[in-house]
Design a protein around this ligand. Structure first.
Ligand code: TRP
Length: 336
């Protein structure tokens, strides 16, 4: 009999299209982990409500686009469960139960909550009970599947720290039901956005996974480059240049070395260099774009995969909840 493999849970919020930061920061890692782990990947649509509660209209489309991106990059529904958080109600039930044993002070000192508090222009109603409880829902997402590992980007580490604390507290009170989930960071280069800052939807500086070759070319033309290199012949400084950072990810190593030398020597102009980067990026993304086009042509298949994933997730989730309700000695625990 096959040995039980450690479980992984991770997810994305459907608040926009996925971009190269997601691809390099999390998705490549997830795809590789499928070989060794039992994986559940969730589209966290309830989490999207914590700051988009009054803009629910795009949720359905973003959810579908994320599923298409996931499948196109190689998440494999034969091996991994791809599901939608809101379609497995046990996430909400576990969040509620965990909230009873989570001291308010733990949530109040979470750096992402302090961030919310520090934004003075933010309307009061954005500082909601739900937003404060974001990490509790995230903890529920993870431990509902008794996950051992959570592959995420660095920005999620405070939430993982809290998830471990909440899990430990639950286990201390009711018995050792859950493994303490560990964060697992990928080893990937930070992806700069078009303006050289971290690639992020909120900065409007992204190259999206689903952008067409024409869009990619157009956006790359607008990229910031070394401000000291104004005309051909000026010596460039590739270390700080976002175009060069993307070359390092998407261009063949020989070419990266040439670009570095030619840029420094002043023999390579930025316009030609951007064209070259665009060619290489488009080539590197071609297999993903091909699969994306197939999936876009068969959206019914995408929805079927999600619905089967939800079903499989529900089964695991309900088995966990029976254990949880019994451990807490709640009436009507189910599972008899
Ligand atoms: N908070 C994560 C993000 O913004 C998304 C997420 C929701 C998640 N639930 C999760 C990530 C559980 C890992 C595990 O990216």
């Amino acid at each position: 009999m096959a040995e039980k493999r450690p479980r992984i849970f991770s997810g994305h919020r459907p608040t926009g299209h996925l971009h190269l930061g997601h691809l390099e920061g999390t998705l490549r890692n997830w795809v590789a982990l499928q070989d060794t782990y039992d994986c559940v990947f969730g589209i966290a649509d309830w989490h999207a409500l914590t700051d988009h509660y009054d803009n629910t209209e795009p949720l359905a489309a973003y959810t579908e686009e994320i599923a298409i991106d996931w499948l196109a990059v190689g998440l494999d529904p034969k091996r991994s469960i791809l599901m939608i958080q809101s379609q497995v109600k046990q996430h909400a039930e576990l969040e509620l139960l965990l909230s009873m044993v989570t001291p308010l002070s733990w949530l109040e000192r979470c750096p992402t909550w302090r961030d919310v508090l520090s934004q003075e222009e933010l309307p009061e109603e954005m500082r909601s009970y739900g937003r404060l409880g974001y990490p509790v829902l995230q903890t529920a997402d993870i431990i509902l599947y008794k996950s051992d590992l959570v592959p995420v980007g660095k920005d999620q580490l405070p939430h993982l720290e809290l998830a471990r604390e909440i899990t430990r507290r639950f286990n201390n009170i009711y018995g050792p039901i859950f493994p303490e989930p560990q964060a697992r960071l990928g080893e990937f280069a930070a992806v700069p956005g078009l303006d050289g800052r971290k690639m992020s939807k909120s900065y409007g500086n992204t190259l999206e996974i689903g952008d067409s070759p024409e869009e990619l070319r157009k956006k790359i033309k607008t990229m910031f480059t070394d401000p000291l290199k104004i005309r051909m012949g000026d010596h460039g400084h590739p270390e700080g240049c976002p175009v060069f950072a993307l070359h390092k990810i998407y261009s063949p190593p020989e070419r990266v070395a040439e670009v570095e030398a030619e840029c420094k020597a002043g023999t390579l102009g930025c316009v030609a260099d951007k064209n070259d980067l665009a060619d290489n990026l488009i080539r590197a993304l071609a297999p993903i774009h091909e699969r994306r086009a197939e999936l876009e042509a068969d959206r019914a298949q995408v929805l079927r995969i999600l619905s089967e994933g939800n079903e499989a997730a529900r089964e695991i989730a309900e088995a966990t909840m029976v254990e949880v309700r019994r451990a807490m000695r709640l009436p009507f625990s189910g599972g008899e």
